[in-house]
Design a protein around this ligand. Structure first.
Ligand code: HEC
Ligand code: HEC
Ligand code: HEC
Length: 474
């Protein structure tokens, strides 16, 4: 939500009852023609974010990229030929809880390690709901086709033994927090992104929710650590962020988190978002080296001048001047920011509400000790969370590393409120080159480790068999 719409919605809240405020965005795919059970299932599908991968219409096709090739989400409409029209409720239960489709094992690109804890009741509702989804009689354009030996899906059996269940239930939680735990660990599968992976590509439980690299994105530490996590957020802050994708001058849900908000969390009931917030406050705080400087409001630019902040025409002259300067070879950080970024984020970082460009003032992504998240965004750009949201282009072709570093420093100090920032061209080179590789290597190593463990198990089985046989023959 952008400032203008925030203002409008605040107005709306002012004139309507507090009951209206408690309403989540109404659920699409819910129909009075459907049973209550099915409609309850529609909510489960939202909370579990099935559409993040299978699509809003459940026709599949989204690729989960791995170093061995794409793993494609399948059609889960009730098509008998191409979807899950032949599934019984027990089949769905097995797919969600054990990662087993009727004819094959699933890859953990489908988050069954998290769904393994889903309750039977919720699966019944989901099953009833999935029967009401319009049938789509076509396979997705691409089919998963990993090379040998990764195409041996039974290998996942060994992985599952090591990595399921992916979470354990905490002791001493209130009932509300237990609900939050279920939403975070099982339905919302937050750990899929926020918990780093261990050598077998399972969750590293010792770093539960402490932040993980996701390709170009960084899913930050969401434990209540005061320095590197979200310890300074109130429960209401967490609810607002999950509801609107934004926390004024504090945080913004971009990229994969923007999608999670757009497809899932914004639809959740206030009580469920509250339960998530309460639970996130109760998990162990883990401190990582990626500290976030607290917002110092006195160091943030004030959106002083209406004419500059919101009047595009007034901004135009500034931008033209800066562009001319840069064209003439100036490397002034301010001119670089104005020429490259201000047409969308505004001369003072407050964005352009009319054009739906987000303000960037104060965001956590520009206040982190490690500049990686910000640099990755400048290098690679940001895809909008939905098909209709505006996108941010990547600037790796237009700017050199020196200039990117310079803009990053300018943004961190002037809009993030940091007292200093020392991103160097070499950091930009490292981030631009490295982050692509790292998660892939880790994943690759993970699969090799699984393979190694399995080969070892198979060899041991053969050895034991051989011993048994030789005894019998005696
Ligand atoms: C993070 C992405 C992701 C999410 C979220 C997700 N899935 Fe999947 N799902 C996949 C992928 C990828 C596959 C195919 C896996 C494979 O080929 O081994 C899959 C496969 C399946 C299958 C097996 C279909 C078949 O081939 O018979 C079912 C059933 C399924 N998903 C249901 C669901 C439901 C229901 C939800 C929500 C509760 C859900 N999925 C959420 C990615 C996802
Ligand atoms: C598909 C990956 C993914 C999933 C699933 C996901 N997140 Fe995130 N999350 C991210 C990323 C990436 C960011 C950083 C967004 C940005 O800075 O634009 C983020 C940011 C956040 C933040 C803001 C942290 C900060 O310091 O700014 C919170 C809070 C959060 N997520 C909570 C959750 C919760 C709760 C869930 C589960 C209901 C969840 N996330 C599920 C990827 C994910
Ligand atoms: C063409 C318009 C455009 C330009 C130019 C642009 N951005 Fe963005 N930027 C966006 C949009 C749109 C988003 C939000 C994307 C989304 O919905 O996730 C965004 C998001 C961001 C965020 C918030 C990311 C987060 O999730 O925390 C930062 C920081 C940012 N931009 C910095 C910059 C910088 C620095 C530059 C100049 C190098 C720049 N942008 C240039 C459109 C732009």
């Amino acid at each position: 939500m952008k400032p203008l719409s925030v203002m409008l919605s605040m107005l709306a809240i002012g004139i309507t009852s507090s009951a209206a405020m408690a309403q989540a965005t109404s659920l699409p795919n819910v129909s009075p023609a459907n049973s209550d059970l099915a409609n309850r299932g529609a909510y489960i599908a939202r909370a579990a974010d099935c559409m993040a991968c299978h699509g809003e219409d459940y026709t599949g096709g989204t690729a989960i990229e791995t170093p061995m090739g794409g793993i494609y989400a399948t059609n889960i409409t009730p098509s008998k030929r191409y979807g899950i029209g032949n599934y019984s409720e027990a089949d769905l239960k097995k797919a969600l809880q054990k990662g087993r489709a009727p004819s094959h094992m699933l890859y953990p690109a489908m988050p069954y390690p998290s769904y393994s804890g889903m309750t039977d009741e919720d699966i019944s509702a989901l099953f009833a709901y999935l029967q009401t989804v319009p049938v789509y009689d076509q396979a997705p354009d691409y089919k998963t086709d990993l090379p040998f030996p990764f195409n041996i899906r039974t290998l996942m059996l060994g992985w599952n033994v090591l990595n399921i269940p992916s979470s354990t239930n905490r002791e001493g939680l209130t009932e509300v927090q237990q609900r939050g735990e279920y939403l975070v660990n099982n339905l919302g599968h937050c750990g899929t992104c926020h918990t780093p992976r261990n050598a077998t590509m399972g969750f590293d439980k010792s770093k539960y929710l402490a932040g993980a690299q996701l390709g170009h994105w960084y899913a930050p530490n969401i434990t209540p650590d005061a320095l590197s996590g979200i310890g300074s957020w109130s429960e209401q802050d967490i609810v607002t962020y999950l509801r609107t994708g934004e926390l004024d001058q504090r945080a913004f849900a971009g990229g994969p988190m923007g999608e999670a908000v757009a497809h899932s969390t914004r639809y959740l009931k206030n009580e469920d978002l509250g339960a998530i917030a309460s639970y996130l406050k109760a998990v162990p705080a883990i401190q990582t080296d990626d500290k976030v400087t607290a917002v110092d409001a006195s160091r943030l630019p004030s959106p002083i001048d209406e004419s500059i902040t919101h009047d595009l025409v007034a901004q135009k002259d500034y931008l033209a001047e800066a562009k001319a300067e840069v064209a003439n070879g100036s490397n002034s950080p301010e001119a670089l920011y104005l020429a490259t970024c201000a047409s969308c984020h505004g001369v003072d970082g407050y964005g352009q509400p009319d054009a739906q460009y987000s303000p960037i003032v104060g965001l956590s992504s520009i206040r982190r000790e490690r500049p990686d998240a910000l640099v990755n965004m400048i290098v690679h750009g940001v895809e909008g969370s939905t098909n209709t949201s505006p996108i941010m282009p990547g600037f790796s072709d237009d700017l050199n590393s020196e200039q990117i570093a310079s803009i990053a420093n300018y943004v961190r100090v002037n809009f993030g409120g940091l007292t200093s920032s020392n991103v160097k061209a070499a950091d930009v080179d490292r981030i631009a080159a490295g982050e692509d590789q790292r998660p892939f290597l880790i994943k690759y190593a993970g699969f090799l480790a699984i393979l190694g463990i399995l080969v070892a198990i198979i060899v041991i089985i053969f050895i034991i068999r051989a011993i048994i046989r030789s005894r019998r023959h005696r």
